[in-house]
Design a protein around this ligand. Structure first.
Ligand code: NAD
Ligand code: DAU
Length: 349
C-alpha cells in the first residue's frame, strides 16, 4: 500500500483533494499534514475522517525536527504539497509568514524527500502553485507554461520562489517532481476573506460588498472540484519534471461577477431583484493589484485529457447553496471558534 502525504489538507483546496484521494484510492494510505492555521479546519473533512486509509497529522512544515520524525516514522511514497499562506492581502501586511511557510516550508519538505528517497523509483513530489507567478496581463493574451515568471505581490513572489526551488531540486538532485499552476478557485469551504465567499457572507447579512478600485480586474475562475480532479490526474499521470497550467476558460471582471452573484442571492433569499446590488461599495484598491490573469490550459487538455466540467453559473449556484446550508461553518470560521476547539484538542503550535 502506497503512503501519500498531502500538506494543507484541512484548507480549502486541500480538503477537496484529500476527500477525492481517500475515496478514489482505497489502496493508498492518505496522511493529511496541516498546521490548522486560521485557514485550516477539520470540519471540512468530517465525512471521511473515520476512513481506514485516512489519518490526520497536526504539524508545521517550517518545523524541521518534526518533519524528520514524520519521514522517519512513515514510508512516504509521494507528496502532494498544498500547505501555504494563500491570501494576497495578508501577504501585503505580513510578508514574513509567506516567506516562512511558502518558501522555507517547501524547502524543508524537499529536503525531507531528498534525504529519505535514496531510490526515487515510484516516488513523486507534486507542488501545487498559482497562475500569479506569471505576473499580470493586459487585455490580450494567456499565460502558458513557457511564460516568464514576473511575480508582483509578496504572495506570488513567495510561490514563484518555491516553484523555482522545486525545479532546482529536480535539476540538481534528480528529485522526481511535478508542478501545476492554477487560476482562481471557488466553491464550498473557502475561507470568507476571498472575494466570492466574502461577498456571499456580506450579501446574506446586508453588509457592504467591498469591490477594490473600479472592479475592472479580471480573474479566471475554476470550480474547486475541477481543480481537485486535475490534481488527482496529474499526480497519477503527470510526467516528472513537467509543469501543467490549469484554468477554467472563464474570465470575469470582478464587478460583473459580483453583479451575477447578487442576482443569484436575490433569488435564493427571495429578495426583490436589485436589492443585493445596492450593497456594492467601491473601496481603495489593493496595493499593486494585478489587472488580469488568464490561463492557456491546452497542455493538460491535450496530454492528460482534462477539462473543467462545470459551467460557472452552475458552480456559483452550488457554492451559494452550500454557504446557505452551512451557516454554522461560516459563523465558526469567522468567530475563531474552530481555532480554540483545535488548540484544546491538539495544543498550540
Ligand atoms: P488555504 O489558505 O485555504 O489553506 C492552506 C492550508 O495550509 C490551511 O489548511 C493551513 O492550515 C495550512 N498551512 C498553512 N501554513 C502551514 C504550515 N506552516 N504547515 C502546515 N500547514 C500549513 O489555501 P488554498 O486556497 O486551499 O490553497 C492551497 C494551495 O493552492 C496553496 O499552495 C495555494 O498557493 C494554491 N493555489 C490556490 C488557489 C486559490 O484560488 N485558492 C489557486 C491556485 C493555487
Ligand atoms: O489566481 C490564483 C490565486 O487566486 C491564488 O493563488 C490565491 O491563493 C487566491 O487567493 C486568489 O488570489 P486573488 O487575489 O485573485 O483572490 P481574491 O479572492 O483575494 O481576489 C479576487 C479579486 O477580487 C482580486 O482582483 C481582488 C478583488 N477583491 C478581493 C477582495 C477580497 C475585491 O475587489 N474585494 C475584496 O474584498
Amino acid at each position: 500500500m502506497k503512503t501519500i502525504l498531502i500538506t494543507g489538507g484541512a484548507g480549502f483546496i486541500g480538503s477537496h483533494v484529500v476527500r477525492k484521494m481517500v475515496k478514489n484510492h482505497p489502496d493508498m494510505q492518505i496522511l493529511n499534514l496541516d498546521q490548522l492555521t486560521y485557514a485550516g479546519n477539520l470540519e471540512n473533512l468530517f465525512d471521511i475522517e473515520s476512513s481506514p486509509n485516512y489519518s490526520f497529522i497536526h504539524g508545521d512544515i517550517t518545523d524541521i525536527p518534526f518533519l524528520e520524525k514524520l519521514f522517519g516514522e512513515h514510508e512516504i511514497d509521494g507528496v502532494i504539497h498544498l500547505a501555504a499562506e494563500s491570501h494576497v492581502d495578508r501577504s501585503i501586511t505580513d510578508p514574513m509568514s509567506f516567506i516562512n511557510t511558502n518558501i522555507v516550508g517547501t524547502v524543508n519538505l524537499l529536503n525531507a524527500c531528498r534525504h529519505k528517497w535514496k531510490d526515487v523509483e515510484g516516488k513523486l513530489f507534486y507542488h501545487i502553485s498559482t497562475d500569479e507567478v506569471y505576473g499580470s496581463l493586459g487585455s490580450e493574451g494567456l499565460f502558458t507554461e513557457e511564460t516568464a515568471y514576473d511575480p508582483r505581490s509578496p504572495y506570488s513572489a513567495s510561490k514563484a520562489s518555491s516553484d523555482h526551488l522545486v525545479r532546482a531540486y529536480h535539476h540538481t538532485y534528480g528529485l522526481p517532481v511535478v508542478l501545476s499552476n492554477c487560476s482562481n478557485n471557488y466553491g464550498p469551504n473557502q475561507f470568507p476573506e476571498k472575494l466570492i465567499p466574502l461577498a456571499i457572507h456580506n450579501i446574506l447579512h446586508m453588509k457592504p460588498i467591498p469591490v477594490y478600485g473600479k472592479g475592472e480586474n479580471v480573474r479566471d475562475w475554476l470550480y474547486v472540484e475541477d481543480h481537485a480532479s486535475a490534481i488527482e490526474l496529474i499526480f497519477s499521470k503527470g510526467v516528472p519534471g513537467r509543469t501543467y497550467n490549469i484554468g477554467g476558460l472563464n474570465e470575469w471582471k470582478n464587478i460583473d461577477l459580483i453583479r451575477l452573484l447578487c442576482g443569484i442571492m436575490d433569488e435564493k433569499l427571495d429578495r426583490v431583484a436589485g436589492t443585493s446590488e445596492k450593497l456594492i461599495t467601491f473601496v481603495k484598491d489593493r496595493a499593486g493589484h494585478d489587472l488580469r490573469y488568464a490561463i492557456d490550459s491546452s497542455r493538460i487538455e491535450e496530454e492528460l485529457r482534462w477539462k473543467p466540467s462545470l459551467q460557472f453559473e452552475e458552480g456559483l449556484v452550488r457554492t451559494v447553496d452550500w454557504y446557505l446550508k452551512n451557516p454554522e461553518w461560516m459563523e465558526n470560521v469567522t468567530s475563531g471558534a474552530y481555532q480554540s476547539y483545535y488548540s484544546k484538542q491538539y495544543g498550540e503550535r
